[in-house]
Design a protein around this ligand. Sequence first.
Ligand code: DGT
Ligand code: CA
Ligand code: CA
Ligand code: ZN
Length: 578
Amino acid sequence: MSRNAEVAALLEEMADRLEALDVDYKPRAYRQAAENVRGHTVAVETLAAEGQDAVEEIDRVGEAIAAKIVEYVETGSIAELEELREQLPVDIEALTRVEGVGPKTVADLYEALGVQDLDDLEAAAEAGEIQEVKGFGAKTEQNILDNIAFARESHERQLLGDAQPLAERVMDHLRASDAVERVETAGSLRRWRPTVGDVDVLVATDDRQAVVDRFVEFDAETIEAGTSKASLRANGIRVDLRVVVPDEWGSALLYFTGSKDHNIVLRNRAIERELKVNEYGVFDVSGVDDPDSGQRVGERVAGETEAAMYAALELPYIAPEMREDRGEVAAAAAGELPDLIDETDVRGDLHLHTEWSDGDDSVAEMVAGAEEFGHDYIAISDHATGPGMVGGVGVDDDALLEQAEEVRAVAADADVRVFTGVEANIAPDGSVSVADDVLAELDCVVASPHASLDGDGTDRLVAACEHPEVNVLGHPTGRLLNQRPGLDFDVEAVAEAAAANDTALEINANPHRLDLSGSYVKRAIEAGATLAIDTDAHTPASYGFVRFGVHTARRGWAEPADVLTTREADDVAAFLGL
Ligand code: DGT
Ligand code: CA
Ligand code: CA
Ligand code: ZN
């Protein structure tokens, strides 16, 4: 099992600890390295075995960081990190999970009050000690109290973006065994929920023991191993394996994919038809006295495939992303299932960053990356300056016009169409952080909320949708999964304003955001809005996040026509008013 996520987490811890000590530049270098290590397709231990030079081939990983990665792979620890931990003996990962608590706050509260973990933090806040510390006030203290519960809870679920690559590696590991006939993820991961409690993997085989044996060879901690199921923990993520005979593949896959609520709707539909549905199949129990007398009673009418399971219930196949009991069984029964968007439908990306703001790469590099990825068009939408922009990374109005010149120059030689643009900030009053005459010069204006994300955001977002220059409402809630819940708003009202003003609502595909969520996408489409799937890429490697956006769109029942970024470049240009 690849240790990339583990190494990335350590590099992030280095970044936090260096930042806590007020060290310049290095924290950012460590964070950029961490992001690229996490996304790298070759395992760090493989690279480390080849030598430090091989590790340095990872984007943004220089000599110093590569040496630490090699040190970790070879010795199991990093000496400098151990020293940093001694210097500041706190659970920095847990503490910084509290919204509003950064590494420097952690250092200040440790020095002043000896706060080392979430329990200490909560006790200090409840005792009113935090507001007494220099630089802190009653408002900050209340904020901390409000956010501790969320920080605790959120930790129990993993980001889909972290769990999905692990699931792929587990499946590859299993596929190498001849005993494995079929392998597939199940559970919330297969439904593409933004966070998952664990990774569920299902295998069909005639040799269960061989499969369980192969599974526990995966380089991770074994939690349990039985005859038809087993569990591991890798990078803090639990992986549950279930093994079934090929004949029961479809019924098991349907059952273990869930959701539980979808399964209940199917079970009730079965009962109405004198059928019984469970993880072993669909059974005709019309002639059976007591259908509850066993699991395999009556005549088995389906089970080998999911499609046959649905067919036995007189339904067409329902995609896993839709199995959330949001009316999908009724829609299927009525022949009204949407013709869902898929990954190959997307042609472009309207939200991405370059080194003009907080991106890692130049305009030319992002354009070349988009060409390589196969996009037909992109918009360069760097952060504008303004409130909510951390560390003054934004581009001011004059520089935006300068950047547009550079973008046009790069675009002239590119195979992909490149729109000029900006990601402006939406202030709490709904105003947009860039002058109207500058916005008017740019092809594609994304406007997004970044700060003051509490309370009701309906008026704020409606105002942004109504702004004549705004084309895309970026990550509308501003949520960061496991970190902050983001804005509340009346999605129908915002979607109607968007539709009336030719503003697209974004499905931000970054795995930390997935914003809008699937349930909001569904409601937005019903209210007439157009969506835009964007990655918010800060480096070309992140164009691949688009698939998380596509599956989120599928969770919202989206068809290709509902999504702006499935359209051809000329049609997108027309939508942008060009
Ligand atoms: P998670 O892991 O919390 O993100 O959510 P799931 O949906 O993956 O849930 P999990 O891992 O507990 O179970 C996987 C699937 O197995 C679940 O989606 C449906 C099925 N399942 C588990 N327990 C039950 C149950 O008590 N009743 C029914 N009908 N199905 C269940
Ligand atoms: Ca699960
Ligand atoms: Ca599970
Ligand atoms: Zn943003």
